[in-house]
Design a protein around this ligand. Sequence first.
Ligand code: GLU
Length: 485
Amino acid sequence: MNESQLRVRFAPSPTGYLHVGGARTALFNWLLARHAGGVFILRIEDTDRSRSEEAMTAAILEGMSWLGLDWDEGPFHQADGLERHRADAFRLLEAGHAYRCFCTPGVLEERRAAAGTTPDAYRYDRHCLTAVPAAEGERRASAGEPHTIRFQVPDGRTEWQDAVHGVIGFDNADIEDFIILRTDGSPIYNLAVVSDDVDMRVNLVLRGDDHISNTPKQLMLYRALGVEPPRFAHVPLILGTDGKRLSKRHGATAVGEYRHQGILPEAMTNFLALLGWNPGTEEEIFTVPELVDAFSLERINHKSAVFDPDRLLWLNGQHISRTSAAQLADGFVAQVEAAGLANGQELRARDQELHTLIDLLKPRARVLDDLCAQAGPYLAERVTVDEAAAAKHWKEPALAAERLERLRERLAGVEPWDEETLEGVLREEAEALGVGAGKLIHPLRLALLGVAVSPGIFEVLVYFGRERTLLRIDDAVENLRRRAA
Ligand code: GLU
């Protein structure tokens, strides 16, 4: 075995969906593994293997697959390690690092009340450590008396060099002798995690800041088990734009919801990577291979990250612009067909035109749905004129008709039908008429699309081609004549 090979894991609890924070933790671990040629392990921290846990796990795996976060080992299920967890607890017991505790919840509650502390502040008074010698504990356990197993917290301080925060330390006196095995024989979270991480030879644990308070307990367990602990890196919380911890109030928190909102997985990955990682350059757009290349533990911020949905949309727009029309085509055709805007098969048959259209719409799309939402005027047989736009750009219908007709004549004969030539012709016409180019462009846009905004008019002309352009101008002139009459 290669001892120096990085081994990291993502260990989600099956909550039924992949949360943005979890996805970020998964991504950071995955990037570190891919960057270093290490191993990325997936472990589901389920407490049992019921059908409902399986279903909740499936949603997490689906989210990870969508993001392209493939794992090298697993998915392992924590519930499958139960016997090992128990064996580790008994090893600790035999080595004198743990003891049996027969204090019942009722007795504990009485002592807490007598001590006058809140449940959070109460620390177990070690009654059974002194009152129940080991041999007696064994006897009572064999007789079936309900009890837990508690870890005996050593004196001193527990510190570690956190890869994100630097040295973090806790006084052991602040940590009670915590339970490692419950009355029903099931392991407590901290024991299961340590047992699994040891078993999977994890050598870097990167997880959310909310686990910092677990780390001293886990470190104590490593030491008591005689195992070298992994390195720890705790990534800062994700906050909403109001500075409060990210929650449903801020919008979607499940990765799957962003998928349904038309976010590309590359954009989501890019966005999540920047939630707490500083690339150290002005660059904001990263492809996945670029992230793999650039990502490093050293550049993870120790301050909390802010989840800004506008930034996600902006990044998504950038990624849509950079995605080839061929890659976007299937999704686009499916949406356009579902919206009743075109026949998918016919659209696919004219793939050159389809790709030109997607390229035309791409720069204005922030989510995938925007492509379809803008596509109507380009795919419709006939133009539907937006009256507000007409009131503005076809204010004098007779004049607009006259100008469009003149332009039509020029366009009928122009060669070649490309952006540059078309622009030249239009500008010449405008000059000949003694008006600014806009006085021709706006009415023409309305004639071609029926709306006031669009990508560059010359690109639009190229997309339609000569024949369809002339037909649309004819329709518009007819429409304008009616308006003038
Ligand atoms: N299962 C824990 C969680 O979902 C993560 C445990 C860990 O990363 O150590 O928060």
